[in-house]
Design a protein around this ligand. Structure first.
Ligand code: CP3
Length: 359
């Protein structure tokens, strides 16, 4: 065997388990509060817009080299404590048989939405390793670069409800009339759809961790549209199922939603090591309600970044003051960064979080 050994075996990947971000996920003390931003790669950056002149968003996501380039753009610009894979929560829908397109100005559109049980029966059982192989390849490529910088990588997927809301509505929606009507009016169709989405999401997350993601975020962006009772009956079992599958990877899981003031305890019970909190709930209130078994992530209003720096700083400081001296918080926005956000404010924000929390 030895004569076939490669002369210089690749170096073992660095152990990032003691990084600020992963320590905070485990609620361990850190030297300064970790910070990353949801949608940190995107249109507010000129580097991203330049690449988008040449490629569509799906082209970037499906080309591991381009996905790596975009993932690294915010790490080059800001002192962030985590990278997040450049992809989109809707990619698994495509491999289940949904016709997915991103239409300029309209966001994502699904040409063949689910409206009946027959539509669910028609869905494909994807072979994730093959059909979403570009994701796992992108993770391996990104890891080479992020390992060198000592920065952990987050993988992600949409939670069953948020995916169902696109799959049923056929795109974004203000009131979610179609998805809620299906949920209440066709329980058999709903449960069939949700259990399939839970299975795909759970395994997709698990496989991202197996490919090298250090942590996983479950995006249930629109779950705040539901009452606690509907969440408990129609959604929670499936989110719990997806998270239970992903748990097999043994990496921290961040469970995120917006408008979730009335759902935080239920979301915690559905699973996750870190619970995302948006700006509508004061962070100290959220942490008190969640108890000390989970860490938190959040919760600056993304719109705050459009204000003068002094206001951004004061709003950020109030958040930092509300958790000062406590372990187990990851600074982030309460939802994704918006396209027109001033880059200089982002840079100052990241620097301020570190400077103001350094011990
Ligand atoms: O955070 C990151 O840097 C990783 C990239 C990422 C994207 N989408 C890239 C993207 C992540 C984590 C997502 C998640 C996502 N996608 C969510 C959950 C997070 C959230 O914001 O609630 C949702 C609901 C989607 C679905 C989606 N994708 C919508 C509604 C849109 C259109 C709205 C918009 O912002 O344009 C997208 C497109 C999309 N996904 C863009 C990016 C950078 C912008 C598209 C472009 O480049 O033209």
């Amino acid at each position: 065997m030895s004569e076939h050994a490669t002369p210089s075996a690749p170096a073992a990947p660095p152990d990032l388990s003691e990084s600020r971000f992963l320590r905070a996920c485990r609620r361990q003390p850190v030297d300064a509060m970790p910070v990353w931003l949801m949608r940190q790669a995107g249109r507010y950056m000129s580097e991203y817009r330049a690449l988008r002149e040449r490629y569509g968003i799906l082209d970037i996501i499906k080309a591991p080299e381009l996905a790596r380039e975009v993932t690294l753009q915010p790490l080059d610009a800001f002192d962030l404590d985590a990278a997040i894979l450049f992809s989109d929560i809707l990619l698994p829908l495509e491999v289940m048989g949904y016709d997915l397109a991103f239409v300029k100005g309209d966001g994502p559109v699904i040409g063949n939405p689910t409206r009946t049980l027959a539509d669910v029966v028609r869905l494909k059982q994807p072979d994730l390793a093959r059909d979403l192989g570009f994701t796992f390849e992108a993770i391996r490529l990104i890891r080479e670069a992020t390992d060198r910088r000592g920065i952990p990588l987050i993988g992600f997927a949409g939670a069953p409800f948020t995916l169902a809301s696109y799959a049923v509505e056929g795109g974004g929606s203000k009131n979610r009339v179609l998805v809620k009507s299906l949920m209440w009016g066709q329980p058999e169709t709903w449960h069939a759809l949700m259990s399939q989405l839970a299975d795909v999401t759970g395994h997709y997350l698990l496989m991202q961790a197996q490919a090298g993601a250090h942590a996983l975020q479950v995006f249930d962006s629109w779950v705040g549209e539901l009452s606690p009772d509907d969440y408990r009956r129609f959604v929670m079992p499936y989110t719990a199922q997806a998270i239970a599958i992903a748990r097999g990877a043994g990496v921290p899981i961040i469970h995120f939603g917006t408008g979730t003031s009335s759902l935080l305890e239920l979301m915690r019970d559905a699973g996750g090591d870190v619970i995302g909190v948006d700006w509508r709930t004061p962070l100290d209130v959220a942490r008190q309600r969640l108890g000390d078994g989970v860490a938190t992530q959040g919760n600056l209003d993304p719109v705050a970044l459009f204000a003068p720096w002094e206001s951004v700083r004061d709003q950020t400081r109030r958040i930092l003051d509300s958790v000062r001296g406590q372990a187990g918080h990851i600074f982030n926005l309460g939802h994704g960064i918006l396209p027109q956000t001033p880059v200089e404010t982002v840079r100052r924000l990241v620097e301020f979080v570190h400077d103001d929390t350094r011990v």
